[in-house]
Design a protein around this ligand. Structure first.
Ligand code: SAM
Length: 302
């Protein structure tokens, strides 16, 4: 049976996914936000979820479709492109799954989450395994609407919960581009002391927290010689990715940092040149978090 890879583009970032696929030399068939590529390919940064080892499955009826999907596995999220009602009637026959928001640093679901679509009225395309444990790659949190001074904290919550769940709390961290203080708040709650750096002032409640030291200055004027050994170097600075790359490289060379988590922010199109240079750093990964907008998260764990 021929194998495919099915990508669901992030809403409004379809062009980014198209460019990424093209840069990888992959051709695709596109319907709505779904991109079908022949063969077993890897996950893409600009896909909200990647359906691995997708198969085409001919069906005779709604019941037949539901039966064939159930035979493959339990959890299926549908993305409908046409034939919405027919697809929904199939989905209604599949087992229900938990869609509740999750709590920060709580264990993630353990069962694989599938992705399927009705490509044509009698043709399903289905991946029993995607690269996300959440339906259509959409993860939501039980938010804290009281304490964090900005919604940017959700990016770091998602990063730690999904990509660094075994972070061993405690020690020093640096948060550059920290104002008003959402990320500093997260690091401090995880038990880290935080050197929080921004040209703009930090929210006074965050600046007053035990273990938080605020430096009101440009992060680009900072030398690794001025800081102690760091468990985490975190950056959410609004700047060109190439500029951040220089700063990150300086801190890598210093040997003082164990782990990095940085947002790469793009102006118009993705700066692939700088993005690829980040990826060349040994041990690097880049993901588009569900809480990222026109930006991605580069990280490197020790
Ligand atoms: C998206 S905001 C950060 C939000 C923050 N992570 C939070 O959770 O509240 C980006 C920040 O980058 C800061 N910034 C821009 N240029 C900077 C520089 N050269 N040095 C330090 N901070 C800078 C801005 O002042 C702004 O506060």
């Amino acid at each position: 049976m021929e194998s495919y890879t099915l990508y669901l583009a992030i809403h409004e970032f379809e062009k980014e996914l198209e460019k990424e696929l093209t840069l990888k030399g992959l051709t695709f068939e596109k319907r709505d936000r779904l991109y079908l590529v022949t063969g077993e390919q890897g996950a893409m940064i600009w896909a909200q979820t990647t359906g691995l080892k997708a198969q085409k499955i001919a069906i005779e009826s709604i019941n037949d479709g539901a039966r064939k999907l159930k035979a493959l596995q339990r959890n299926w999220a549908v993305f409908t492109i046409e034939n919405h009602r027919r697809a929904q009637l199939i989905q209604d026959q599949l087992p229900k799954y938990n869609t509740k928001p999750i709590a920060f640093m709580k264990e993630l679901p353990t069962s694989p989450m599938g992705l399927w679509t009705l490509w044509e009225p009698n043709l399903i395309i289905a991946s029993a395994e995607t690269n996300s444990l959440f339906p259509l790659g959409e993860m939501t949190f039980e938010e804290d609407k009281v304490n964090p001074p900005s919604r940017a904290y959700l990016k770091l919550w998602e990063f730690f919960t999904v990509h660094a769940p075994r972070t061993n709390n405690g020690g020093m961290s640096i948060d550059v581009g920290s104002c008003p203080g959402g990320w500093t708040w997260v690091l401090s709650n995880l038990g880290y002391d935080v050197i929080s750096v921004d040209k703009a002032p930090l929210d006074p409640k965050i600046a007053a927290r035990k273990g938080v030291q605020f430096l009101e200055q440009s992060a680009f004027g900072l030398s690794p010689d001025e800081v102690p050994e760091l468990e985490w170097f975190c950056s959410d600075i609004i700047c060109y990715p190439s500029r951040l790359l220089n700063l990150v490289n300086t801190f890598i060379k210093s040997g003082k940092v164990k782990n990095f988590a940085c947002t790469l922010k793009y102006q118009n199109e993705t700066d692939w040149e700088a993005t690829n240079k980040f990826l060349e750093i040994p041990g690097s990964k880049i993901v588009h978090l569900h809480h990222n907008k026109h930006e991605v998260t580069w990280y490197k764990l020790s």
